[in-house]
Design a protein around this ligand. Structure first.
Ligand SMILES: [Zn+2]
Length: 327
């Protein structure tokens, strides 16, 4: 798919300079580089700025906010890479900071509307939920934010060795954890998910999960299981959820989805029939939607169907299906 990398979080060509991670001298030189900057995360939320919260904030590595607030799970900067000017970029987790007199009830909600202001940062800098603002960020900021959120989220949930249970230690500038007891090496994980544009003639298969807002439907999706190809996962998920057999399958586009650690594989599949039998445990409903109806939904004018959420790969695939730009 020619337009594949235009998806949200589709990448910006950041030079990850992975050779620096295990080279102590090179890492120290990056940490002390006069243009080195920190991308700051607090409890999964990136620090952003601007009236529209459309810019990822960058602060110097010696900023007092960092010194005071490092999280236990990753008490040092994670090296993300260098931009075109050679400026090293790091991700820093300041989750140890406890905001005072701020409403924290919305933290962890699917769409957390709250914003937190750190007293030692300018007033236009806030911690905000990435889902809310991902479509406003330019490509480089989006790649940095997705990477920072995913890698820091991994440290937060992998503090102990998966083999023996001992507390593990951070190495390689944040890209590995090593167990001091059994010596096992642990690498950041990314969980593959297939999401499929299943078509039959001029219609696309859409499903909804229990508890979704009324009128919200999306493409079917599911985790790839150990030992499965992407194609096998697509066929299994569509048959399990909707009782539909899928013939030809092709890969379209991928999207890092750091909520918390997925890599979405967008695939196209041709259904061999139209008869739907849903698995009520997995989904609440599945329907065929014609191209015309989807156009109306995208325009926000469909009486039942809500438009797909912008930023998610489902929206991107449907948009390109409507525009006939899947090739
Ligand atoms: Zn161990």
């Amino acid at each position: 798919m020619k337009l594949a990398e235009q998806v949200t979080f589709g990448g910006s060509g950041l030079d990850r300079a992975a050779h620096i991670r295990s080279d102590e001298a090179a890492l120290n030189s990056a940490l002390n580089h006069r243009n080195a900057v920190a991308i700051v995360m607090w409890r999964g939320k990136p620090l952003v700025r601007g009236a529209e919260l459309d810019q990822l904030a960058r602060i110097p590595l010696d900023h007092p906010v960092l010194q005071a607030g490092y999280a236990d799970a990753i008490p040092m900067p994670v090296f993300l890479g260098c931009d075109e000017t050679g400026a090293p970029h790091f991700a820093c987790d300041v989750s140890a900071w406890e905001p005072k007199d701020q409403d924290l009830a919305a933290l962890g909600l699917f769409l957390d509307p709250s914003e937190q202001v750190h007293p030692d940062l300018p007033k236009d800098h806030v911690f905000a939920e990435l889902r809310r603002l991902m479509t406003r960020l330019e490509r480089r900021d989006a790649e940095l934010a997705a990477t920072a959120k995913a890698i820091i989220g991994w440290h937060d949930s992998h503090r102990f060795c998966a083999k023996c249970g001992a507390a593990s230690e951070v190495t390689d500038a944040g890209w590995q954890r090593v167990c001091p007891t059994c010596k096992a090496h642990h690498f950041p994980r990314t969980d593959p998910v297939v999401i499929m544009l299943i078509t039959h003639g001029n219609s696309v298969l859409m499903g909804r999960s229990p508890g979704w807002p009324e009128g919200m439907y999306s493409l079917l999706a599911g985790f790839v299981e150990p030992g499965e190809t992407l194609e096998a996962a697509v066929r299994r998920e569509v048959f399990e959820e909707a009782g539909i057999e899928v013939g030809e399958i092709s890969y379209l586009a991928s999207q890092p989805w750091p909520f918390p650690a997925s890599l979405m594989f967008g695939c196209a599949g041709v259904a061999l029939g139209r008869d739907i039998t849903i698995d009520p445990v997995e989904i609440e409903d599945a329907i065929w939607v014609t191209r015309d109806d989807m156009m109306t939904a995208f325009a926000g004018e469909h009486p039942v169907l809500k438009p797909a959420r912008r930023g998610a790969i489902a929206h991107f695939l449907l948009q390109n299906w409507l525009a006939d730009t899947l090739d």
